[in-house]
Ligand binder design. Structure first.
Ligand code: SAM
Length: 218
């Protein structure tokens, strides 16, 4: 493992994991925002998933990676916190109020210890896309890990149109709003994204855990 990424993740976990676990235990799963996989992660002593660590490693090893990251549906903000500590300027967008409150608590617990979080990490309780001009995509890269979420056709069309404004986007194509279970479904997903003007190439395949493609407009 890239030591820099592992070391940064461990440093964040030393503060954030006990903090998140204490919130989970005092507030309960629903109120703490730690529903679904977040409670499992916290009970394992981490705020990170394997695919977040792997993606952060790949981004640090990509010399041309844009230094500004906009993550759509960042949940607790774990990936963006890690990227900020690794020198990126990251913005986490999270629409769910309780998930966002958890992300705020983690950020507040980390800012004193990590100047990079204070200066390089932004957390917004917003639905992507934001109003035009609110978060300019110029020079930034959109990042989407697991974004499985109930979304109307109109909302999906707005997300796709806004992603086209980014020169670069990294997306887990198997978990983009609805899950893909088969190679055929993934091929349909890629065709759908291409029809929306998003042209992808494989970026990081983690098997069942995540399948990231790198997108750009032609
Ligand atoms: C399945 S969770 C995964 C969180 C994180 N990406 C991860 O992999 O750990 C997806 C999150 O995206 C958020 N979300 C869904 N659509 C969104 C949108 N259009 N803008 C901002 N957040 C969104 C949901 O509230 C939810 O917390």
């Amino acid at each position: 493992m890239n030591d820099r990424v592992a070391t940064a993740a461990a440093a964040l976990d030393a503060v954030a994991a006990p903090l998140g676990l204490a919130r989970l235990e005092s507030m309960g799963e629903a109120e703490s925002g730690a529903y679904r996989f977040y409670s499992t992660r916290l009970r394992r002593g981490t705020i990170f998933s394997d695919y977040e660590i792997a993606l952060a490693r790949t981004l640090t090893e990509w010399p041309a990676a844009p230094r500004r990251i906009h993550e759509v549906g960042g949940g607790f903000g774990s990936l963006c916190l890690l990227l900020a500590l690794l020198g990126f300027k990251s913005t986490c967008l999270e629409l769910d109020a309780r998930r966002f409150a958890a992300a705020e608590a983690l950020r507040d617990g980390l800012t004193d210890a990590f100047v990079e979080i204070r200066d390089g990490y932004q957390l917004l309780n917003e639905r992507f896309p934001l109003a035009r001009g609110a978060l300019p995509p110029t020079g930034a890269m959109a990042v989407i890990t697991n974004l499985v979420f109930t979304t109307s056709a109109g909302e999906k069309a707005e997300i796709l149109a806004a992603l086209r404004d980014y020169d670069r986007a990294i997306i887990d194509v198997d978990r983009f709003l609805t899950p893909c279970e088969t190679a055929g479904q993934r091929a349909e997903r890629l065709a759908e994204l291409e029809a929306a003007g998003l042209y992808g190439a494989p970026f990081l395949d983690l098997g069942k855990s995540a399948c990231f493609y790198r997108f750009g407009s032609r």
